[in-house]
Structures are given as C-alpha cells and as structure tokens.
Design a protein around this ligand. Sequence first.
Ligand code: FE2
Ligand code: FE2
Length: 151
Amino acid sequence: MRKNDPAKFFHALHRLESDPKVARMKRFSQHGGNPTFAHCRSVAVTSFLLAQRLGWRIDEAALARGAMLHDFHLYSFKGSRVNVFDHAFGHPRRALENAERLFPLSGKEKNIIVSHMWPLTLFTPPRSKEAFLVTLADKLCALREMGARRR
Ligand SMILES: [Fe+2]
Ligand SMILES: [Fe+2]
C-alpha cells in the first residue's frame, strides 16, 4: 500500500497558514483562551499523526485543508452573544459557510468541516477517513488545550 506523503500534507497546510484570510483566526480564541488559528493547526497536525499511527492512507491535501478550516467561524464564543447550544451545534455550519465563500472546497473538505462536532451533530456524520480523524483530533486537542489552561 502506498504511504502518506508528509510533504504533500505540510505543503497544503502551509499554503493555508500563510493566507491572510486564514490568519484572521488569530484574532479569535476558544477553549479558554487558545487562539483559534493555533487550535486549527494543532488539529491538522494531530489528524495527520493519527493517520500515520493507524496506518490509514488518506488524502493529504484534503485533510490539511479541512482540518485547518474546521473552526473558521470567525468569532470568539467567550464574550459573544451566541448561546452555548447555538455555538456547539451551529459553529461547524458557520465555519463551512465562511470557508466556502473564500476557498474552492471539495465535497470531502466540506464534510470535514461540517461534521467535526460529530457525534454531537448526529445528522452530519463524517463521511471519510479524513473527516473521522478530524472529529477525533479536535476532541483530543480541545482536552489538551483545556488541561493546559488549568495548569
Ligand atoms: Fe469546532
Ligand atoms: Fe475545533
């Protein structure tokens, strides 16, 4: 079986990271103060490392792009007027709407973004290995970030 290519993954990730539209996420935070941009980057890298660990062959560029844009909702929950339920259930769709407006996205990339809160958002499940990895990596990174804040 063909192996994943880290160079392809990091090339796609760096292209988005250096895009000023994506850098707008540096202005917002989540999980008790961690910048959304750093969170998205951690989720992308963690997703790729999980794929490597599990020996799953994935689409490197789709994983990088979907993961980097998964929280592209462009507001900080803390201090916003969005209530906790609306945020929890609605932010994946808001992230997708923003991302779709600014970037050409494949169906797989769109599903990575909109399904990342699954199983909370029961009716928008991950439809690919890449999307499933992002749902997992997002939770792992959120726990790590919240733990780091408490210490
Ligand atoms: Fe999220
Ligand atoms: Fe997230």
